[in-house]
Design a protein around this ligand. Structure first.
Ligand SMILES: Nc1ncnc2c1ncn2[C@@H]1O[C@H](COP(=O)(O)OP(=O)(O)OP(=O)(O)O)[C@@H](O)[C@H]1O
Length: 600
């Protein structure tokens, strides 16, 4: 607390008691319906500590009395000519726990859903984020105790094997906390999986076993004093609980994972001014990895929204913008299963942003709350996506299973084995080999039947994409298909309709051989300052004459990993003369897979 705050404390207390929420405008996204989002962002405001109370600290970061998920930050501003005033800014998240809220309520509302989710084969991840001294380690260690009690409490269905490991990440280096901080390697294997080479796992048999392992690992964490905390954790600590269920083939042998992550505390610019070069480097690395984490959480949530809620234009636009740079930091690389857009795993995530309550710390609190707000992804405003039996994008898990059962012949493929948790869109995104393997979990299903069924689903999907384009969104698309007017045949030759974004099949001759290629037109050669080869192109057009482009810069289009899918490689450009172009090819972009498919 500074002199001004201490001297005007009575006035501040009065202004605070007179403050009426609602007068201030929330600076974040509105409190939207978050049911469709599998990432929950909460804020915990810790109490003022006895030491801080002795020093005269007063609260400047407050939760709302009516339980609204909004945090108010009060700034006490000095005026040259007028009396000091209270300047309040508000931040909206999904849940807020004030200083009086016990860790139990945070556990019940934020963490408890992750435990049965991981128990049943999903990946649950909890992050504690915030400035140094804001209560992350305190919160995570209490939550770990509750997780241990729930895992071994006997209330979860079935038997599982729990494997515990703990490590900390300092920059790009990882240390095993069960092996007295022995350095371990983070590697990506030939299958693209991240491996922690040399890490030790323990198999606790009871809650007390697990707690003593957690205690041992915590004792090896690296700490250094900061302005706000004498024992500040300067690394990210990851507690990983692998939950194996070898007896249940319906999960395809997949284990659940629960990550409990205590992130390194962020520090305010004023706090780092006196740092040594080594501490500055450490702070830079922490800030860099936290920034990557933010981009990954947002990117992943944007993609999940676009996939779950059908293929509306708003969703397609959101999916196109989403970027998940999980390879940019060791932390997000270790969490590849969670962040890789190609990962087939079901994931849920919870973030608890911890904040110090004191008026003296509002600058750091504001930074934390801005970060928390940024992690929330605004759901695009959509019309209700109605179920349509011919549109896999509209099926939930139950409808997906029913479709499988009804359309897979006799004996039918078991929907619960092929799509234990997936909706229609997620079923389409399954890799072909995974799809076939899951089909064959049903007795008597041969590989050729499984392949035929895979093709049937894809034919329906491609047909449905065409139908969705031509029919009004919420009418009975499939029933009216015969009555739809045929698209009129284009009267103008395609070479006279050439435009950027058009797909063209062309014949190129190289060393006497002819080769058919598929390309996407980018722009006429010469419409930019230089050609692909870098040579300057001069356009000569007689006055009054139309400029007719003879050659186009095109992007290479190549088959993708999925059957029938194509990828546009914008970075691989070629120049195609118009005389080499054979025909226009109608392609459609599919947001679920992020590939192009030939229109049927
Ligand atoms: N909810 C709470 N109730 C009581 N005391 C708390 C609470 N949260 C934190 N504290 C106390 O505040 C102090 C700082 O907490 P903690 O070490 O958890 O902060 P941190 O955010 O992990 O800091 P760092 O990032 O520097 O490691 C500790 O003394 C802790 O006991």
């Amino acid at each position: 607390m500074n002199d001004f705050q201490l001297k005007n404390r009575d006035l501040y207390d009065r202004l605070l008691s007179e403050y009426k929420p609602g007068k201030t405008k929330s600076q974040g996204p509105s409190n939207i319906d978050r049911d469709d989002v599998d990432t929950i962002i909460g804020v915990r405001i810790r109490p003022i500590l006895p030491r801080e109370a002795e020093e005269g600290h007063v609260p400047g970061v407050c939760s709302r009395k009516d339980g609204a998920p909004i945090v108010d930050i009060h700034e006490f501003r000095q005026h040259v000519r007028r009396k000091p005033v209270l300047d309040t800014s508000s931040y909206t998240v999904d849940k807020v726990w004030g200083p009086e809220a016990p860790t139990h309520s945070l556990y019940n509302e934020l963490v408890s859903p992750l435990v049965p989710f991981a128990w049943n084969g999903g990946i649950g991840t909890l992050f504690a984020y915030g400035q140094t001294g804001s209560g992350k380690t305190h919160t995570i260690s209490e939550l770990e105790r509750m997780v241990a009690a729930e895992l071994f409490g006997g209330k979860l269905e079935g038997d599982r094997e729990i494997h515990f490991s703990a490590f900390e990440l300092a920059g790009n280096t990882a240390f095993d906390l069960l092996q007295q901080r022995t350095q371990i390697k983070i590697l990506e294997d030939a299958f693209g999986e991240t491996q922690l080479l040399g890490i030790v796992e323990a198999q606790p048999k009871s809650a007390s076993d697990l707690l003593s392992l957690i205690e041992t690992s915590t004792s090896f964490r690296k700490t250094s004093p900061t302005t706000s905390n004498d024992v500040s954790s300067r690394t990210h600590a990851v507690c990983r609980l692998r939950i194996a269920n070898p007896s249940n083939p319906s999960q395809g042998g997949e284990e659940g994972i629960l990550f409990l992550i205590d992130l390194a505390g962020s520090e305010a610019a004023s706090d780092i001014s006196s740092h040594t070069a080594e501490r500055m480097k450490e702070t830079k690395e922490i800030n860099g990895s936290l920034s990557t984490l933010k981009d990954c959480i947002r990117g992943r949530a944007t993609l999940a929204l676009a996939t779950q809620a059908g293929n509306s234009a708003a969703n397609l636009a959101a999916a196109k913008k989403a970027h998940v740079p999980f390879r940019h930091s060791a932390l997000t690389k270790v969490l590849k299963h969670v962040f890789d857009p190609l990962s087939q795993r079901r994931c849920k995530m919870a973030v608890v942003a911890c904040v110090c309550p004191s008026l003296a710390n509002i600058a750091q609190g504001r930074t934390t709350l801005r970060y928390a707000e940024m992690l929330r992804v605004q759901a695009p405003k959509l019309g209700l996506v109605e179920y349509d039996s011919n549109l896999p994008a509209t099926w939930d898990n139950i409808q997906t299973r029913a479709w499988i059962q009804k359309n897979s012949g006799s004996p039918p493929i078991d929907g619960a084995l092929l799509a234990p948790h997936e909706n229609g869109n997620q079923l389409i995104r399954l890799l072909e080999r995974e799809f076939i393997a899951r089909c064959q979990l049903t007795p008597d299903i041969t590989s050729s039947r499984a392949h035929a069924f895979y093709e049937k689903l894809w034919t329906l999907h491609i047909d449905s994409r065409r139908g969705a384009k031509t029919a009004p969104s919420n009418s009975q698309t499939s029933d009216n298909k015969e009555n739809e007017p045929e698209e009129p045949a284009p009267l103008i030759p395609f070479t006279e309709r050439l435009r950027p974004g058009m797909f063209i099949r062309a014949t190129r001759t190289h060393a006497g051989y002819e080769k058919k290629i598929l390309t996407m037109l980018l722009c006429p050669e010469g419409s930019m300052l230089s050609s692909v080869s870098g040579a300057k192109v001069v356009r000569k057009v007689a006055p009054g004459k139309l400029l007719v482009w003879k050659r186009y810069i095109c992007a290479n289009v190549t088959p993708a990993a999925l059957k029938g899918a194509f990828d546009v490689n914008v970075q691989k450009q070629i120049v195609v003369p118009v005389e080499d172009m054979d025909e226009e090819v109608k392609m459609e972009y599919d947001a679920a897979t992020r590939y192009y498919f030939q229109s049927v």
